[in-house]
Design a binder for this molecule. Structure first.
Ligand code: 5GP
Length: 139
């Protein structure tokens, strides 16, 4: 069973499609946070960013790169917030990787990506070093 985005790619559910190529697809969000709020997805279904194979990830980035200026120009935005909710705990509702391209306007009352945090941690230097090492060991 396809996700709702798979059904949109297959044309089973209507959407306002703004770009399509062999591996990627972009369409307007049905509940826009701003005029021009666009979703960019791989056509094949992958739940999380790291499930996406590298070649498709490169295609996805190329489409994001292409869509951002198109969206900004179309709605005369001053900027865009570009983000993925990557996993349910991060707010991902549709389990098909999608990049939100949200137009931003001076004084629109929205916040930066930093606004996603609840309580922020107070980490000392040792803890920061340890976390950096743990990540570095895995990259
Ligand atoms: P998430 O919370 O998973 O990062 O975002 C899912 C997004 O998909 C939401 O912004 C929501 O408005 C959008 N969405 C959900 N269902 C549909 C749909 O059927 N069509 C379109 N165009 N967007 C949808």
């Amino acid at each position: 069973m396809s996700t709702i985005f798979g059904q949109i790619v297959d044309g089973e559910i209507p959407a306002r499609v703004v770009y399509e190529d062999e591996t990627t697809f972009a369409f307007l969000d049905a509940n826009p946070l701003a005029p021009g709020h666009t979703l960019v997805i791989p056509k094949d279904e992958y739940e999380r960013l790291n499930d996406v194979p590298e070649d498709v990830a490169a295609d996805l980035y190329a489409t994001i790169h292409r869509v951002i200026p198109a969206v900004e120009e179309a709605v005369d935005a001053d900027a865009t917030t570009v983000a993925f909710n990557n996993g349910e705990a991060a707010g991902q509702e549709v389990p098909h990787v999608h990049c939100h391209v949200v137009p931003r306007f001076e004084g629109d009352g929205g916040g930066p990506i930093h606004a996603i945090a609840g309580e922020t941690p107070d980490l000392d230097d040792d803890e920061l070093d340890e976390i950096a090492d743990e990540i570095a060991d895995r990259t």
